[in-house]
Ligand binder design. Structure first.
Ligand code: PRX
Length: 657
């Protein structure tokens, strides 16, 4: 029996033994050298800020830390759009490609050079100004993955207008909630977006949102599909109508000189069912943080073609499609649609076409490709790839190895990058060329980052023990609060332990000092007084050759406190069977121990996910608690699948992100 003390921690069950040292040829050319870890926090960031950013006025102090608020690069003045666009043109890189953009309909592509991007941003900013947008006007942006989305973000940054991007898959209600919270006066959208061949009614959603958002006075509409949309006289304006007379001369719309700590954007994040939090990101620290991490972690070279396959509506897209890569003058790929349109090899065709060398995506996407099978990737030449990355959830070791073998040709390092909307930038990550990789581990803190694993009482736990992840020192891109809600900021992140940022994730540090993320602490299961993390049981299931994806949760059990329920998707559409369930239960038993063997196994063709691709374990918990489940419940019992999908839809309506 576990004692009370161990019951407070999280048990470690899953031990992954595979190791991937950096290939010598990669190490010899890598941007990050081992000395990168030797500098002090302030020296490291001051150096990066000076080298990577063009300042109108240099900063006079690197850091002011008065918990729970940090200020970075105080006294400095800069403009994000100037750093991401204009200076590259001034330095003679105007003809370099900024984005290879690919629309969802095939053969609908655009090549946008840095000079094109500069003209686009200046034109867009002039249109915004003409409509009355000024420094400090709050702007909402609700668009799909079209080139005008980064253009609009950069145009706002050029003028000094703080913005919030709302993911184009969100409902009108979610949009209006965010417009109201930020008190946006202006909304930028497009007529419709493309998604798996159908049209997403973005402008119509804006109409419904604006009915409930009295602060929004005007709406600028970019034409994308050419579909019919209603335009309200005096409120709605077509972008192309104003753009034709707008100047593209940078001198016609100078970049505003912004203070280091001025508000750049808000990004709303929910996580639970509570009202979304407007996470505050400011200017200089954020830009320095994302550009620096992008350079070292993705080993970006002047001729790199880098593809972050996230949506710009999430923080990953803000930091690693728009601001980090553009600040570094990197050529990026942007794709509008879904990975299976018109077929499941769409991504691999894009990599072949543009000779992408770095691909950054989420475990959910990798597991989906795993489920579809490697034959889609095999149709294409992926030999341009040098490096792969993942973000968003813990990655099951088998999915990591599948990614490296089938997409990375068994050659490429895979960087598992841990961070959050709140952190703004990657904080725990391998540095390719230095770090020996372990599938499933995000490995090391980025230079200057100081994470630790605490028990309930705030003591550091020893190697191999699970506990609560905390961050003990500030970092440049950290959130500067929750917009308009100091109390909630303190309550959510700074109350559990004094002056230490509470992440909300479980983690353990192994004997080598490598970090293993164990998922959200709310998801931890309590079986016979053992605290078991979902990820370890899921990874043991995905370790079985027939399993593509698995999600586990606890349901109450009179004997053990909680019993583990596993929802499992098999590869190649296999519906599962009682024999298979038994085999999986045994597999988990031998792989990590009987205690973690699921009491119930539910085979399902899909797992419910948030729109950013995270498994919704809370919803599975509801399903598991509220209906009788057999030892094995197969697809034949369609009501379970129906119930999962019905609840997923209901939850989507509630705007779980
Ligand atoms: O639980 C962690 C998980 O995603 C959370 C942050 O989600 P979000 O704010 O949506 O940002 C996602 C993109 C940065 C974290 O608290 N998470 C993110 N990356 C990883 C991860 N869990 C394990 N390993 C990761 N690499």
């Amino acid at each position: 029996m576990a004692t009370d003390v161990t019951a407070q921690n999280i048990d470690t069950l899953f031990l992954e033994q595979r190791r991937y040292p950096p290939p010598p040829d990669f190490a010899s050319q890598a941007n990050a050298k081992p000395e990168i870890y030797n500098q002090s926090l302030e020296d490291f960031w001051a150096g990066e800020a000076r080298n990577r950013i063009s300042w109108y006025q240099p900063f006079d102090k690197v850091l002011e830390w008065e918990p729970p608020y940090a200020k970075w690069f105080i006294g400095g003045k800069l403009n994000v759009a100037y750093n991401c666009v204009d200076r590259h043109v001034e330095q003679g890189h105007g003809s370099k490609v900024a984005f290879h953009w690919e629309g969802e309909p095939e053969n609908d592509t655009r090549t946008i050079t840095f000079a094109d991007l500069q003209a686009d941003v200046v034109r867009f900013a002039n249109v915004l100004k003409k409509m009355g947008v000024k420094r400090d006007t709050h702007v909402g942006i609700y668009m799909g993955m079209v080139p005008e989305l980064p253009t609009a973000m950069l145009a706002c940054a050029r003028i000094g207008a703080p913005f919030t991007v709302v993911f184009g898959g969100f409902s009108a209600d979610s949009l209006s909630g965010r417009m109201n919270d930020m008190e946006c006066e202006f909304l930028i959208t497009q007529d419709e977006g493309w998604r798996r061949g159908s049209r997403v009614p973005l402008k119509a959603n804006c109409d419904a949102a604006m009915d409930k958002s009295p602060t929004v006075k005007q709406c600028l509409v970019v034409r994308r599909t050419g579909g019919d949309v209603a335009m309200k006289e005096g409120r709605d304006v077509w972008y192309h109508d104003l753009a034709q007379d707008a100047s593209t001369d940078p001198g016609s719309c100078p970049c505003e000189e912004m203070d280091a700590e001025s508000l750049l954007y808000l990004l709303y994040t929910s996580g639970t069912t509570a009202k979304p939090k407007g996470i505050v990101h400011t200017t200089a620290g954020y830009l320095t943080g994302v550009a620096t991490t992008h350079h070292y972690i993705f080993d970006i070279k002047p001729d790199s073609v880098y593809w972050c396959a996230a949506d710009i509506g999430w923080v990953t897209g803000h930091s690693y499609i728009v601001f980090g890569p553009l600040c570094n003058g990197t050529t990026g790929v942007m794709y509008e649609g879904t990975p299976d349109y018109p077929d499941k090899d769409r991504w691999w065709g894009i990599i072949e076409r543009y000779k992408v060398d770095v691909l950054y995506t989420a475990p959910t996407a990798i597991r989906t490709h795993m489920k579809w099978g490697p034959e889609y990737a095999q149709k294409h030449d992926l030999s341009s790839l040098r490096l792969l990355g993942t973000v968003g959830e813990p990655i099951n070791p088998e999915a990591w190895v599948w990614y490296r073998d089938n997409i990375g040709g068994g050659r490429t390092p895979v960087v598992d990058t841990w961070w959050q909307t709140e952190t703004g930038m990657i904080l725990i990550t391998p540095l390719p060329g230095i770090t020996t990789l372990k599938p499933g581990s995000a490995t090391r803190p980025f230079p200057g980052v100081d994470p630790a694993v605490y028990d309930e009482a705030g003591n550091e736990v020893g190697p191999g023990q699970g506990g609560y992840l905390v961050l003990r020192k500030p970092w440049p891109a950290m959130l500067r609060g929750i917009y308009g809600d100091h109390e909630r900021y303190v309550q959510t992140y700074w109350s559990k332990y004094k002056d230490v940022y509470f992440v909300g994730d479980g983690a353990r540090i192994d004997e080598d000092g490598d970090f293993w993320l164990l998922g959200r602490v709310d998801d931890v299961m309590n079986v016979s007084a053992h605290r078991i993390s979902t990820i370890e049981v899921e990874s043991a299931l995905v370790d079985h050759p027939k399993v593509a994806e698995a999600a586990v949760c606890g349901r109450s059990d009179p004997q053990t406190g909680q019993a583990i329920v596993a929802f499992v998707t098999l590869k190649g559409g296999d519906p599962g069977s009682p024999e298979m369930a038994k085999e999986l239960r045994n597999h988990v038993g031998t792989r990590i121990g009987k205690i973690a063997s699921p009491a119930n196994i539910v085979f399902t063709p899909e797992l419910p996910k948030t729109r950013s691709g995270k498994i919704m374990r809370r919803l599975l918990r509801d399903v598991a608690e509220n209906r009788p489940l057999g030892d094995t419940t197969t697809l034949a019992d369609a009501t379970v699948v129906d119930e999962i999908s019905r609840r997923a839809k209901e939850d989507a309506g509630k705007d779980e992100a």
